[in-house]
Design a protein around this ligand. Structure first.
Ligand code: SF4
Ligand code: SF4
Length: 469
């Protein structure tokens, strides 16, 4: 990131939560309060409400979102996707990343502070329970260093038991998104002994969530999550971020109330913005990768400004150029470029989704087989045909060779193929062509997949035969 401010940049050489010896510095953020925090509570209620109700919402009897990695079955907005839809998935991921880049370039890391489940659970659920049981920053700090009394044991034990219970709930929620809410219900009703894999899966998720929210905390955002690190390449002078107005604030004046002189800045160096920060940074140093744009420092500083009778917004959402007196958000060439790419990707993705067929057929020649001569003088090839039914109804299919009128196609048993709803079948088919029609070693043929006299898919393959000399 460019040298944004004229102040000492040494703080960028280390992170606020690790000391010189490499030990963790535990962060004790002050209880946030203020207008933006109230808004955050509202946003959290809506987002967590959506997250928890997601597995119960059905579209045409199918889940809103199911990411069954084990069975390689994915349902998004009631539509089933298979590994064969990998191109669509890849494109959707690229589109998502371009959107993230565009959004971050324009509005910084607002997602992290206001919508990321990690921050929502950490700051709006676990931290609030901690405040309730152990008190605000100073009380908690004192409790942590106090000897183990009955009161401390009761407080710590009850907090960690509640943390474990919530982690257990979140792990059930995650499982519901992975295997479906009905399977989770069965798992719970059957008890730990009946389904050991599921039980250990839940145990593992619970331990991870508990570990992250009870101990690892902000390190997930500052050390592990790659998104924070992307800021240094995505942000520019026009990006809107949580920023300190250094022109208005400096030079800092500890005695603001006593000496209202014009040559002093508005910052009274009370450090309340630092004490409110859940990642332990001082936003007055400039934009830092640890900042999750949670806006707790804005609320803290606004309250101070009110007390010292100065305008609010010494810390605010603004860009470097905005603070320097320019336009806060400019539609730069970079933003325009990202937007064009995003629109093109969304267009392509929409087209592929709309034109996506209900059935996916893969035709492969049976390994080790070339061709056979039949008794009536035809040449026969053997194919493995795999059909995936992406709908929620059973489909009866039959296959025709479209471009060889003399060709015969058949399989052992029933001529039609019954593909289960949301399932897959494989079958071996024989294709026969009169030897007279074969003029080269590989003859391209076109197979039509039909359901109730309607062709639903076409597949090209090759028919092998003897080379004529
Ligand atoms: S600097 Fe402000 S916005 Fe950034 S993480 Fe700290 S409190 Fe939140
Ligand atoms: S809360 Fe505001 S006044 Fe206090 S130190 Fe931070 S920026 Fe300065």
């Amino acid at each position: 990131m460019e040298d944004l401010y004229q102040y000492d940049q040494e703080y960028r050489d280390s992170i606020a939560t690790v000391d010189a010896a490499g030990n963790r510095v535990w962060v004790y953020p002050k209880k946030p309060k203020g207008r933006l925090h109230n808004l955050r509570i509202l946003v959290t209620v809506v987002l967590l409400g959506l997250l928890f109700s997601g597995p119960f919402i059905k579209i045409n009897g199918q889940p809103l979102l199911l990411l069954n990695i084990l069975q390689r079955k994915f349902i998004i907005l009631g539509q089933v996707f298979w590994p064969q839809d990998f191109v669509l998935f890849g494109l959707a991921m690229i589109t998502f990343f371009v959107f993230i880049i565009l959004f971050t370039t324009a509005f910084g890391r607002i997602w992290c502070g206001w919508a990321c489940p990690q921050t929502l659970f950490m700051e709006m659920v676990f931290r609030k329970i901690e405040y309730l049981i152990e008190g605000d920053a100073n009380q908690k700090r004192k409790l942590d260093i106090a000897p183990w009394t009955t009161e401390k044991v009761v407080k710590k034990l009850s907090k960690h038991l509640i943390f474990m219970a919530i982690s257990l709930l979140i792990s059930h929620l995650l499982m519901a998104y992975l295997i479906g809410v009905e399977q989770v219900k069965q798992l719970v009703l059957a008890g730990p002994g009946a389904e050991l894999t599921g039980f250990f899966g839940l145990l593992l998720f619970t331990s991870v969530f508990y570990g992250v929210f009870a101990y690892f905390r902000e390190q997930a955002c500052t050390v592990v999550c790659p998104y924070g690190r992307l800021q240094s390449v995505l942000l520019n002078k026009e990006s809107i971020v949580v920023a300190y107005d250094w022109l208005r604030g400096e030079p800092r004046n500890k005695l603001r109330k006593q000496s209202l002189t014009d040559d002093q800045g508005d910052c009274i160096d009370c450090k309340l913005c630092v004490h409110a920060c859940p990642t332990g940074i001082d936003i007055r140093n400039g934009t830092q990768l640890e900042c999750v744009n949670c806006t707790a420092c804005i609320d803290a500083c606004n309250q101070v400004m009110e007390k010292v009778q100065r305008p609010q917004g010494l810390i605010r959402f603004d860009s470097y150029n905005g603070i320097e007196g320019g336009k806060p958000l400019k539609f730069t060439a970079r933003l325009a470029g990202y937007s064009v790419i995003l629109v093109a990707l969304v267009g392509l993705l929409t087209y592929l989704l709309v034109s996506r067929s209900d059935v996916e057929t893969t035709v492969l020649r049976v390994p080790g087989q070339l061709f056979q001569k039949t008794v009536d003088g035809n040449i026969s090839n053997l194919y493995n045909i795999q059909v995936i039914n992406k709908t929620f109804n059973v489909i009866s299919l039959y296959i025709k060779v479209m471009d060889q009128p003399e060709a015969k196609i058949y399989r052992v048993g029933e001529p039609s193929l019954l593909v289960p709803a949301n399932g897959m079948v494989e079958s071996v088919y024989f294709v026969e062509l009169p030897a007279i029609q074969i003029v080269k070693a590989k003859t391209p043929i076109l197979l039509g997949i039909f359901s109730e006299n309607t062709m639903i898919e076409k597949v090209k393959t090759n028919f092998l035969g003897p080379v004529k000399r």
